[in-house]
Design a protein around this ligand. Structure first.
Ligand code: ZN
Length: 176
C-alpha cells in the first residue's frame, strides 16, 4: 500500500540540492517511492510532484494533468513517471501561465515557460522514451524538471509582481 509522504517546504535544503540520476533496474525502495509520490500528489490535489519534494534527491518526477480544485481547467491525461529526464528541444515561443507548488503553499504566480518541449526520459522499466509536450503538460514538465535542478517557479518569474495570494487567485477563478 502506498504511504503518504511529507512534502518538503521552501527553505528546506533538499529543494536547493541537484537531484542524482537513478540506476536501473529500480530497487524496491524506489518503486515504493514512485507509488508514494503518486498517492501524495493526488492527496494534495497536485498535477505533478518531484522526488526532492518528498525529501529524496533523485531524478524522478510525475506529470499528471487532471482537473481538481487547485487546477479546475486542467486537461486530463494518465500520469507519466519521468526518470532521468533530459530536455532535447525547447520552443522559442514562450507562454505565461499560472502555477502553484506543493512546496510553496499559499501563493500562485504567472510564470513564463516554453510552449512546447521535446524531452527524453526513462520509464519505470528503464526504457528510454522521447516525447513531445505542449501547453499545460509542457508547463508541468518544466516546473518539475526545475525541481531536479534545485530551482522553483519563483526563480522563473519575470517580476515579483506576478505573485498573488492563493485566496486571491481562487477569487479570480471564481469570477472566471
Ligand atoms: Zn513544485
Amino acid at each position: 500500500m502506498p504511504v503518504l509522504r511529507q512534502i518538503a517546504l521552501l527553505g528546506h535544503p533538499v529543494l536547493r540540492t541537484p537531484a542524482e540520476p537513478v540506476a536501473f533496474p529500480l530497487s524496491d525502495e524506489i518503486r515504493a517511492l514512485v507509488d508514494d509520490m503518486l498517492a501524495t500528489m493526488r492527496e494534495a490535489d497536485g498535477v505533478g510532484i518531484a522526488a526532492p519534494q518528498v525529501y529524496q534527491s533523485l531524478a524522478i518526477f510525475i506529470v499528471a494533468p487532471r482537473p481538481n480544485p487547485r487546477y479546475p481547467d486542467a486537461v486530463e491525461e494518465p500520469p507519466i513517471v519521468v526518470i532521468n529526464p533530459e530536455m532535447i528541444e525547447r520552443s522559442a515561443e514562450m507562454e505565461r501561465g499560472w502555477e502553484g507548488c506543493l512546496s510553496i503553499p499559499g501563493i500562485r504566480a504567472e510564470v513564463p515557460r516554453h510552449r512546447r518541449i521535446v524531452a527524453s526520459y526513462q520509464d519505470v522499466q528503464g526504457a528510454r522514451i522521447v516525447r513531445e509536450f505542449e501547453g499545460f503538460p509542457a508547463r508541468i514538465f518544466q516546473h518539475e524538471d526545475d525541481h531536479l535542478h534545485s530551482l522553483v517557479f519563483l526563480d522563473r518569474l519575470e517580476s515579483p509582481r506576478d505573485v498573488v495570494a492563493e485566496r486571491e487567485y481562487q477569487k479570480r477563478l471564481a469570477r472566471g
